[in-house]
Design a protein around this ligand. Sequence first.
Ligand code: GUN
Length: 291
Amino acid sequence: MSAEIIDGKAFAARIRGEVGSHVARLKQEHGIVPGLAVVLVGEDPASQVYVRNKGKQTVEAGMHSEEHRMDASVSEAEVIAMVERLNADPKIHGILVQLPLPSHMNSEIVINTISPAKDVDGFHISNVGLLGTGQKSMVPCTPLGCLMMLRDRFGSLSGQNAVVVGRSNIVGKPMFNLLLRDSATVTVAHSRTRDIEAVCRGADILVAAVGRPEMIRGDWVKPGATVIDVGINRVPAPEKGEGKHRIVGDCHFESCAEVAGAITPVPGGVGPMTIACLLANTLTACCRANR
Ligand code: GUN
């Protein structure tokens, strides 16, 4: 293995520390406490783990944390009423509705009910539009975490060839916009891209966000490239015992690490950065609300 392993856990801890210091100062000097509310509908086990972690880290950063759990059988109107209540609550500066929502709800309608100023996920159509036109907005947490790691490594991203694999609204598209805003030359590759291996091999920066376990192999990677693996995939691990699983990324770590200059591991790479950026976004929303 030749690649440097980018330690997302340590990077995220540093950001959380900085957010925590800022929060302590806000409290001491202005009596203001940033507040984050998470709405979780249903019992999806992965979502429950995320929400628990978010709540814990919000409190550790000195912020006010609320968790609103709703039964999977509630109506869309009840979730919207909850969001509207949180929009009007002055203790709450950030609102996150955990996705996916149950299939009888329209996620877009629910998300677009969140006040754009409190939309710490950056999923509201106004924030999507602001980001797409290079204006100040709330930026989705996972791509923001990736951008921070890339800026840390490269300094300037200007002129770098970046390939984003995946075109989701949560990662691929905002990642494209963020890289473009930093003057990278950006290609978005996806399931219909012809000769995707060759496209990836042209990348100085390769961001994998497709949700396919270990799809990207070492021979897709340009020697020395920086590989950011956003994937979090649970795959069977019979070697650990019957019914056991392990978590792998969208990149085949061993072969990619042979070729890349730097790579994020899974777990311990992008994942911890997402929650750190959520806390940073909540702090930003609070500061903007109190300007
Ligand atoms: N589900 C998986 N990732 C996310 C995220 O970043 N935000 C929300 N709201 N739901 C998610």
